[in-house]
Design a protein around this ligand. Structure first.
Ligand SMILES: [Zn+2]
Length: 311
């Protein structure tokens, strides 16, 4: 099962306690999955892709709107066989006003929000609404891979509204258009963790944080390896330069030109081009510390510079 499915399965089981939040979440579920069908009877139909979400929709419609829903399952054949769950509630004459509780209206079978929408004034309700949106249109990558969370929204108006709501919850999303849909997405692991916390996906958040810790440890090991490689490259670069200088001294003046302690180091340098100064110091007789060897190497380089400047 995908991580998205795990998160949605968890969220489907989160039932808000307060009426205000229950209504806010139901509004999201109806706005994104609901429609009104007018035949002999008027039916509110909500279509979702899993049984747990269907159960949540069922409970919220029953308890908040006072309707009598029924859940059914259908096999659809789109790209591949998919199951959809339908929550259908008959709206009796006299119940047409039922959506006003959620400050929603209906227009040609489409459920819309009222122009002045106060339903989401409170932070608790914004969070519940966002949970409903993620349940309906959210997806998230497994944290072991590339960090990515997105909400796929049907139109620009809803996308910009959602941006505002997220921004008020300190979740700054980015927006991109993809095949006639608007995608709001988060890429930073901190923001994704905040998002999961905000919508109450606590188990998913733990999984996410665990994977994040393992990943960051792995990165730090890699960094260390890279750092060691960088040091090695530095040693070799220096060694190549030193060997070049020594060869020029010897070419101009012969080995005898160098005082014995510098000559010894110069000969070791040429013999062991891959060794660090510390290692060369240990080979000297008597051995010399790393800083002592570095000092001696500097004197050798100065001598070469002076000599080369004169010639
Ligand atoms: Zn609330």
């Amino acid at each position: 099962m995908s991580f998205s499915n795990d998160v949605r399965a968890e969220l489907a089981r989160v039932m808000p306690n307060k009426t205000c939040c229950r209504r806010a979440e139901l509004a999201a579920l109806l706005l994104l999955n609901g429609s009104i069908i007018r035949a002999e009877e008027t039916i509110l139909q909500v279509e979702v892709d899993n049984a747990a979400t269907a159960r949540k929709v069922f409970l919220l419609i029953k308890e908040e709107l006072g309707l009598q829903p029924a859940v059914s399952m259908e096999q659809r054949k789109r790209f591949r066989k998919t199951r959809v769950y339908l929550v259908k509630s008959v709206i009796m004459p006299g119940q047409e006003n039922v959506f006003s509780i959620l400050e929603l209206t209906e227009e040609d079978g489409v459920i819309k929000r009222q122009a002045r929408w106060k339903l989401l004034n409170k932070t608790c309700c914004k969070r519940a609404f966002l949970r409903g949106v993620f349940l309906s249109r959210g997806s998230i990558n497994r944290p072991e891979g590339e960090y990515h969370l997105e909400l796929i929204l049907p139109d620009p108006d809803m996308a910009s509204e959602m941006m505002k709501i997220m921004s008020k919850l300190d979740l700054e999303a980015r927006q991109v258009e993809r095949k006639n849909t608007q995608v709001l997405y988060l890429k930073e692991s901190d923001k994704i963790a905040d998002f999961l916390l905000t919508i109450g996906a606590n188990i998913a958040l733990l999984d996410f944080e665990n994977a994040r810790i393992i990943k960051s440890m792995r990165n730090s090991v890699n960094r260390q390896v890279n750092c060691e490689t960088a040091n090695l490259v530095k040693t070799i670069d220096a060694s190549v330069r030193q060997i070049e200088l020594i060869k020029r001294i010897v070419a101009l003046q012969g080995w005898e030109y160098l005082p014995p302690h510098l000559r010894e180091l110069a000969q070791l340098r040429i013999e062991y081009p891959d060794s660090t100064l510390k290692e060369l110091g240990e080979m000297l007789d008597p051995p010399l510390s790393k800083s002592g060897t570095a000092h001696r190497m500097r004197r050798l380089e100065e001598l070469a510079d002076t000599l080369l400047a004169e010639n």
